[in-house]
Ligand binder design. Structure first.
Ligand code: PLP
Length: 386
């Protein structure tokens, strides 16, 4: 006898099938793209729910948001035109004068935005060292923030913050916790399950996985007036994800589990190979047992650790730039989480004011053959050190 009606399929199946999508009219297993910017009213001159105008959203975006909610275990998820527009909506919804506590080292764009709002006296800002829970607790207890910002693992040093510990620290002080887990997508880290109030991802990265759109997603365990405020900001600023990009994101998410598993395996092989290498001073990767964040990462990333790492090469700043220049398989490009591996001299990209080691190279490990990646880095390092 079939128990079909009672058995819940796994999240892997649901995401691979875009929530078992079947178009009612045609039976198509792939959604159509509806590009309309406006929608006609009905015969009674009423708005045909749920869409009225492009800035309210559209079918493809709502479909992608439903998949995100399944992945995150959220009550609701909202998609934006970029990760930065989602981050900005969160900052923008804070009442004037709100206090925010954020890591000293984090994604430089979000840090820049926090600093801009602070310079304009919209918010006040204090910092803690990423991964240092003692300092985080001290800063939060002393400054009583409205919002605590965590990025884990953080860009570009891949320090790990214990989301559950950070949530307790934030909640004890009456603050909300935002966890930017872009480096480990929700098939590895479900921040809401660990107590975060907002889970954020730049969906440009692993969620889409093909480096061909920008998108950002915010997810919450509980909605409320603050969430309505964020929805209104998205609508008034026109930062909802476009239907075409939402369609691309749905297609990308269908292979999320497969892609990320391979990225993690490859990253572990690359990290192990270069750990202790004579031309490499350090490999920053939470998957290495010697990494200070290893134990927390093991719990928090389903034992898989992600595909992001950095290496600090011996030599000079120019040696590091040359390694990036001489790679023939890795692309010398910014971003992360795509199927193709990228290498980036982070100081060149994040600018002089940002605290980053001058010989640090950020690696986004893709789904290629791990031996090709290792060989490529070996030959680039050999050429760079002369
Ligand atoms: N947060 C992190 C950790 C990121 O790495 C990025 C982009 O690199 C962002 C936020 C911003 O996302 P987007 O580039 O989609 O605007």
């Amino acid at each position: 006898m079939s128990d079909k009606s009672n058995r819940k399929t796994s999240i892997t199946t649901r995401v691979a099938q875009a929530l078992h999508f079947i178009e009612a009219e045609t039976g198509a297993v792939v959604p159509a793209i509806q590009p309309a910017a406006t929608y006609a009213r009905d015969e009674a001159y009423e708005v045909r729910k749920p869409y009225f105008y492009r800035r309210d959203g559209n079918q493809a975006t709502a479909h992608a948001e439903a998949i995100m909610s399944e992945l995150e275990g959220s009550t609701d998820s909202l998609l934006f035109a970029s990760g930065m527009s989602a981050c900005t909506a969160v900052i923008e919804h804070l009442p004037t004068g709100s206090h925010v506590v954020a890591p000293r080292v984090m994604y430089h764009g979000a840090l820049h935005q926090l600093q801009t709002y602070a310079a304009n006296k919209r918010i006040t800002l204090d910092f803690y060292t990423a991964g240092d829970h003692v300092e985080l607790a001290q800063v939060v207890a002393k400054t009583k923030p409205t919002l605590v910002w965590v990025e884990t693992p953080n860009n570009p040093n891949w320090e790990v913050t214990d989301i559950a510990a950070a949530a307790k620290i934030a909640h004890d002080a009456g603050a909300k916790l935002l966890a930017d887990c872009t480096g480990t997508p929700p098939n590895l880290t479900r921040a809401l399950d660990f107590g975060a109030d907002f889970s954020f991802h730049s969906a440009t990265k692993y969620l889409n996985g093909h480096s061909d759109i920008t998108a950002g997603v915010l997810s919450v365990r509980e909605t409320g007036p603050f969430w309505e405020e964020i929805i209104l900001i998205r609508k008034l600023q026109g930062t909802v994800l476009h239907s075409f990009d939402a369609w691309m994101l749905i297609r990308g998410m269908r292979t999320l589990f497969l892609r990320v598993e391979k990225c993690c395996k490859n990253a572990m092989a690359v990290a192990k190979h270069f750990h202790g290498h004579k031309h490499v001073e350090a490999v920053l990767y939470p998957g290495l047992p010697s990494d200070p964040g290893h134990e927390v990462a093991k719990r928090q990333t389903d034992g898989q650790f992600g595909g992001m790492m950095s290496i600090i090469v011996h030599g000079t700043e120019q040696t590091a730039i040359d390694v990036a220049r001489f790679c023939e398989v890795f692309y010398p490009a910014t971003s992360l989480g795509g199927v193709e591996s990228l290498i980036e001299h982070r100081k060149t990209v994040s600018g002089e004011g940002f605290p980053v080691h001058p010989r640090l190279l950020r690696l986004s490990i893709g789904i290629e053959d791990a031996d090709d990646l290792i060989y490529d880095l070996e030959q680039a390092i050999a050429r760079a050190v002369g």
